[in-house]
Write a protein that binds this ligand. Structure first.
Ligand code: PLP
Length: 387
């Protein structure tokens, strides 16, 4: 299989699996137990906390392990509304992941206000509009997707943090897709909260991270035994946490290598080849800064649902809109927010590479994509669907 769907989930790195396995077998202790087995688990958890902190320029005490980014996001957004009823406004963008979008809907159901800042055709928020959306003294929280899961477009996070802080608002960054693809440093871009997901960075599913800046207030979503320094109760998922730590360590060293540049070059070659074979293809966010691994591409006149099935039969895994929301056939809200029609979204493929893809795989895939698209169009033509 040629797996080109890394934004949905990444293949676990074998070194990550190797690191976590002993904690599923002989080192099964509860990290809160005081005996040797517990102490071993505790040491492993704290080592992982340091590894994650190292990847994002945080201190270990600012790292909270959760069950995934969705939990991290819910923790921040639901807390923020309860905490600051005198500041009723939440500001997000029109291209957030559903985890943020649904929390925003709940924010409104509970009597708060939400402003969804629109994006342009390149998927970028306009900073003047962002500024205008912020109501000083009235905005509790700003939540912004840092790297978009569908298009790979990167948000101007530094500017957003500056504007939000000037308006007295705290900032949550959904950094799920940035992690392990581009450097993240909360000491340089001083967000207050940041969410990560293990399985998007070559770790396992069911483990996530919430960074809570030491300056930022926080009360937990999950209460109980007081684990994670009272910020997230429930017995620690030690194997998952160990895996997250290892994944962060590997990501940090890959980010310092030539890796990201090479990945971007490979993605760019893919796009160039695809455009050569399909000249009216439209690459979304092409004029914006993008994650090095993501291409979202419309092949006008080609049904992407059919493409995905045929490519799957040929051993190529990719997706159409956002794969995170199961198999819904609704047009992608992200493409809609960028001003594209439902037809356009229905002809869009998302291919997302990872550091585990070889050049040969990507070059084979581009040939197959073009061949499959031609085949589909011929079939549609033969059936009289197009003229
Ligand atoms: N945010 C973004 C940008 C995502 O792509 C995803 C998952 O697809 C999430 C949040 C939610 O992550 P998880 O499903 O791991 O909780």
């Amino acid at each position: 299989m040629i797996y080109l769907d890394a934004n949905a989930t990444t293949p676990p790195d074998p070194a990550v699996v190797e690191a976590m396995l002993p904690f599923l077998t002989e080192y099964f202790g509860n990290a809160s137990s005081s005996h040797a087995a517990g102490r071993r688990a505790r040491r492993a958890v704290e080592k992982a906390r340091g590894q994650v902190a190292g990847m994002i320029g945080a201190s270990a005490a600012e790292i909270v392990f959760t069950s995934g980014a969705t939990e991290s996001i819910n923790s921040v957004l639901l807390f923020a509304q309860q905490e600051w009823s005198e500041r009723p406004l939440l500001v997000i963008s029109a291209v957030e992941h559903a985890a943020v979008g649904e929390c925003a809907n709940r924010w409104e159901q509970r009597g708060g206000r939400v402003k969804r800042v629109p994006v342009d055709a390149n998927g970028l928020v306009n900073l003047d509009e962002y500024q205008a959306a912020l109501e000083p003294g009235k905005t509790a929280l700003v939540s912004m997707i840092w790297g978009n899961n569908e298009t790979g477009v990167i948000s101007p996070m530094s500017e957003i943090v500056m504007m939000a802080h000037a308006a007295g608002a705290l900032v949550h960054a959904d950094a799920v897709q940035m992690a392990g693809k581009l450097p993240l440093d909360v000491s340089k871009v001083p967000v207050d909260y940041l969410s990560l997901s293990g399985h998007k960075m070559h770790g396992p599913k069911g483990i996530g991270v919430l960074f809570v800046s030491r300056r930022a207030p926080f009360r937990p979503l999950l209460v109980g035994g007081g684990q994670e320094s009272d910020r997230r109760s429930s017995t620690e998922n030690v194997p998952g946490i160990v895996a997250m730590g290892k994944a962060a360590e590997l990501a940090a060293s890959w980010l310092q290598s030539e890796g990201p540049g090479e990945l971007a070059a490979l993605r760019n070659t893919f796009e160039k080849q695809l455009l050569a074979g399909w000249p009216d293809a439209v690459i979304h966010g092409a004029r914006a800064e993008r994650l090095p691994n993501t291409t979202s591409i419309c092949l006008p006149g080609v049904d992407s649902a059919g493409m995905i099935i045929l490519l799957d039969q040929r051993g190529i895994a990719c997706s159409g809109g956002s794969a995170c929301h199961t198999a819904s056939l609704h047009p992608s809200p992200v493409l809609e927010a960028m001003g594209f029609s439902a037809d356009h979204a229905g002809s869009t493929l998302r291919l997302s590479l990872s550091r585990m893809n070889s050049r040969d795989q990507v070059m084979a895939a581009v040939e197959d994509v073009i061949r499959t698209a031609r085949h589909l169009v011929e079939q549609q033509g033969a059936a009289g669907l197009i003229n």
